[in-house]
Design a protein around this ligand. Structure first.
Ligand SMILES: Cc1ncc(COP(=O)(O)O)c(C=O)c1O
Length: 485
């Protein structure tokens, strides 16, 4: 099937990476003017008082009062009561333009009615789970295959984290090799082995608390885009048990926060082929968002295994799975297999009728509405608008996008280099800048992901984007460099 992709043009990764390097490592930190920020914080307290009350109560039973990694904690999280298309509404009825989109799964916009109606029909008939086979498991797997031909078979799981865990297990089981190599700074969920080299390349196990060192014995990282370093690892590993898999986020680590060069994935594919190593694409974010064929369709690369998440359940719970080459996927075969070698995966709720039907109808709806292209167009318009705002106010901030996945780097905490002598002194300040920006934007009626990423959806019409840009402008006009003491 001829497919179109949401990335209208490939942004110049070399230029972006250089601008990000300078922003994070060489320039002074910029923050919102102090008196304006105090004004924002006062408004935050009064406008969102009801959320504060609820979160204070929640803190008695829930650590920190908030459970979602992506929820803003500063100065306190909001309690959301309603989601609809491009908008979220809090418990006091305040409306926000929703650029979090639940962290990515809702390309159709939040709570899309045609999908909801189908899911409700299924729940009325069958309930969300039975523990036995349901026809939507097959329908979803077949639909995925029709768009992503490398996914000859598909195994549903409960999350992207589980998908990544399962993919490396199958890779080791199939190849009989030991090492798994990831890109420094990449995110592949929070399982023991993957809480390694997260956020900042080179971090290794420095931030891997609560996990025994032994877990990382066969995990390695290489610096983003450095395929020579990858080749060296592959070569060195040959005498030490070999490399089972290289896993990449195809746009770059952290959903493209450090974007890949256009030919990166092709080079990694070739290296994997020469060393008998499997290539795993983590398409948890990019699958069905960059296009129905995922980032692999856009780049024209065939990975051996693909991890899916988010969109694969259309914004409904239990979103995850692995797809890939038949002979590798057969290591997952369920049921009692005697002593046959297999990669054990499971889950009481995996492949439940609710998630599979939600994913099926959502992907069908994306196909019918071409939601990914509309979301991508909104991402282009928004990014261009942000770049104009930064220019207008002479701010060194960097905005770029791959379709509906947009990056807005201000504090750029994750873009600091480990070799930067100021990293310990500045990383907190830079994180604070992003938190404050997030809080100010919420007062102005916009929700983003951690003050640095934006997911657009089909619901983001030109009017929604233009309205958002006016609100961004209101906040960005108050930024100024922090005076060094
Ligand atoms: C690239 C990538 N892989 C894996 C995951 C983990 O998925 P989940 O949160 O469903 O466990 C995420 C989550 O954001 C992700 O962005």
């Amino acid at each position: 099937m001829k497919q179109e992709y949401a990335i209208s043009h490939w942004p110049d990764s070399k230029e972006i990476l250089e601008n990000l390097r300078v922003l994070a490592n060489e320039l002074p930190v910029y923050q919102i003017n102090r008196s304006k920020m105090n004004e924002y914080l006062e408004k935050y307290e009064s406008k969102f008082a009801k959320s504060k009350q609820m979160v204070e109560l929640a803190k008695q039973r829930i650590p920190g009062g908030v459970q979602h990694n992506l929820a803003f904690n500063y100065p306190f999280p909001l309690a959301i009561a309603k989601a609809d298309g491009a908008y979220l509404y809090d418990v006091s009825g305040n409306r926000f333009i929703d650029f979090l989109q639940a962290g990515g799964p809702t390309v159709l916009g939040s709570n899309y009615k045609p999908v909801r109606d189908k899911v409700l029909e299924l729940i009325n008939e069958c309930g969300p789970v039975t523990g036995l086979f349901h026809e939507y498991e097959y329908k979803l797997a077949d639909l995925i295959y029709s768009h992503v031909p490398s996914a000859e078979m598909f195994r549903s799981l409960a999350s992207g984290t589980e998908g990544c865990m399962a993919a490396i297990r199958a890779a080791r089981c199939f190849t009989d090799k030991k090492f798994v190599i990831k890109v420094g700074g990449g995110y592949h969920g929070w399982s023991d082995q993957f809480v390694f080299a997260m956020r900042i390349p080179g971090l290794g196990t420095l931030d891997s608390h609560g996990i025994p060192e032994g877990c990382f014995q066969y995990m390695q990282e290489f610096y983003p885009n450095d395929t020579a370093a990858l080749e060296k690892l592959l070569k060195d590993n040959e005498s030490k048990g070999g490399t089972a898999a290289v896993i990449v986020e195809p746009l770059g680590p952290e959903s493209g926060t450090r974007p890949v060069h256009r030919d990166f994935n092709e080079k990694v594919r070739a290296l994997c082929d020469s060393y008998g190593t499997l290539l795993i694409f983590d398409e948890v974010v990019t699958g069905f968002r960059v296009g129905l064929g995922g980032a692999q369709g856009y780049f024209g690369i065939k990975p051996d295994l693909t991890v899916f998440g988010k969109c694969v359940a259309g914004g409904y719970p239990a979103a995850g799975g692995v797809g890939g080459r038949k002979e590798i996927m057969l290591t997952f075969a369920a049921g009692i297999q005697g002593l046959k070698k297999r990669a054990m995966v499971g889950g009481t709720l995996s492949a439940n009728p609710l998630s599979c039907s939600a994913g099926y109808f959502a992907i069908k709806a994306i196909e019918e509405t071409q939601a990914h292209l509309k979301a991508g167009k909104a991402g282009d318009r928004l990014t261009k608008g942000l770049q104009e705002i930064f220019k207008r106010y002479n701010l060194p901030f960097v905005a770029f996008n791959h379709g509906s996945i947009c990056h807005m780097e201000t504090g750029a905490a994750m873009l600091m280099e480990l070799s930067n002598p100021k990293i310990l002194e500045q990383v907190e300040i830079r994180r604070k800048v992003m938190e404050e920006l997030g809080a100010a934007l919420m007062v102005e009626g916009i929700i983003t992901l951690a003050g640095s990423r934006i997911y657009t959806s089909m619901a983001d019409t030109d009017d929604v984007v233009d309205d958002a840009l006016e609100r961004f402008d209101t906040v960005f006009k108050h930024f100024e460099p922090v005076q060094e003491k």
